[in-house]
Design a protein around this ligand. Structure first.
Ligand code: KDG
Ligand code: MG
Length: 402
């Protein structure tokens, strides 16, 4: 089999998505997600200007060699744009392989290690009472694990909390919006939220929380200690993780489990964190971490160090990424949990898919390949619209981490 053509589709059914379609001389095609929130067109250009012509004539079964060709062969390694482009190609090739062999991708990654993939829902509210109601709604829907984020008294908006009645979606059309932040107010408020949640929902529901890279290591250590009585499943991105040793400081002070990795691109971002066992969950995505070929290696390395997976699964990753994460999560031995932020009805219609949710778990479905398609006619009705993630400033105007 040979690759004969590849095209990039950019559409915006509620939000922007970049989808690579790789076609073969046998009539089979595969899809890969190359969406990089707020920087979508950089990946499009990387693919169309520099990658696609190198794929033509290659055997799509050679996932390892093509991965190395694009990674080592590009000379300029790593980085979110490069790795999202490689991730899109890699996903599409695994999709083709599955279709050609008439089997779901999970069978090519080791087969089922479990019946379903434990997922966590998002719940958020303007204050603690509204967040409690939102958690109750997700539990009623059948989720066994819920991430809780709450508005903070004295701040107009914060990460993870929806404005109005719409589901939370951080990217906004137009230029970046700005929000204001106070670590002091956040640290006073967050333990109260989890005290109330545990009291209300008891010990069994898994509770998660995302700090979204906003604390120094010692601030995160304080939060982790104060959250210990409420037994979180994880505290996510407590501090920016470029300085790996920061996670080491947090680890010395608290037993609250730590999850990081949604902005990582390769094993090299995570190597020290994994080797030192400073984290408990590695959250890289299939899309941004160079596809299944690379993520499988990350998971296997993590498994040697008691670290489990928890792939990022926000709505800015398309249903193609979601499917790939579910095949991966079903197959790897060290699955922790998978994030599930359901896509809008418009997005689901553009990307018909076989995966499903039932009773707290998701299932990738048994269709050959990844089990996701792209309705190109419908997608054409939703042209790309420039959108950015917000930026964040401290109350005195200093630019801060969002
Ligand atoms: O594009 C940025 C989002 O994917 C990110 O803010 C979502 O932190 C996130 C999460 O855990 O889902
Ligand atoms: Mg996060």
């Amino acid at each position: 089999m040979k690759i004969t053509n590849a095209t990039v589709n950019v559409c915006s059914p509620g939000r922007n998505f970049v989808t690579l379609k790789v076609e073969t001389d046998e009539g089979l095609y595969g899809l890969g997600d190359g969406t990089l929130n707020g920087r979508e067109l950089a990946v499009v250009s990387y693919l169309t200007e520099h990658v696609i012509s190198c794929l033509i004539g290659r055997d799509p079964f050679q996932t390892e060699d093509i991965w190395q060709y694009l990674y080592r062969g590009g000379y300029w390694r790593r980085g979110p744009v490069t790795m999202a482009a490689i991730g899109a190609v890699d996903m599409a090739l695994w999709d083709i392989k599955g279709k050609a062999l008439n089997t779901p991708v999970y069978n090519l990654l080791g087969g089922r290690s479990r019946n379903g993939v434990l997922v966590y829902a998002h719940a958020n509210g303007a204050d603690i009472e509204h967040t409690i109601d939102a958690v109750a709604r997700e539990i009623d829907r059948g989720y066994l694990a819920v991430r809780a984020q709450s508005g903070i008294p004295g701040l107009d908006s914060t990460y993870g909390v929806a404005k109005g009645n719409k589901p939370y979606e951080p990217a906004e059309r137009g230029l970046p919006s700005e929000s204001l932040w106070s670590t002091e107010k956040y640290l006073q408020h967050t333990p109260k939220l989890f005290e109330r949640l545990r009291k209300r929902f008891g010990p069994d529901v898994h509770l998660l929380h995302d700090c979204h890279h906003r604390l120094t290591p010692i601030e995160a250590a304080r939060l982790g200690k104060e959250l210990e009585p409420f037994h979180l499943f994880w505290m996510e991105d407590p501090t920016p993780a470029e300085l790996a040793e920061g996670l080491g400081i947090i680890r010395q002070h608290t037993t609250t489990p730590i999850a990081v990795g949604e902005v990582f691109n390769t094993i090299w971002d995570a190597k020290i964190l994994i080797e030192k066992q400073w984290i408990d969950y590695i959250r890289m995505t299939v899309a941004h971490a160079g596809g299944l070929t690379h993520l499988k290696k990350v998971a296997d390395f993590a498994a040697l160090h008691h670290i489990r997976t928890g792939c990022h699964g926000a709505t800015d990753l398309s249903p193609v990424s979601m499917a790939a994460a579910l095949h991966f999560g079903l197959a790897v031995h060290n699955l922790g949990i998978q994030e599930h932020m359901p896509h809008s009805a418009e997005t689901d219609a553009v990307f018909p898919h076989g995966y499903s949710f039932h009773g707290g778990y998701m299932y990738p479905g048994d269709e050959p390949g990844l089990g996701v398609d792209l309705d190109e006619k419908l997608a054409a009705k939703y042209p790309y619209q420039r959108a950015y993630l917000p930026i964040n400033r401290k109350l005195d105007g200093t630019l801060f981490d969002w």
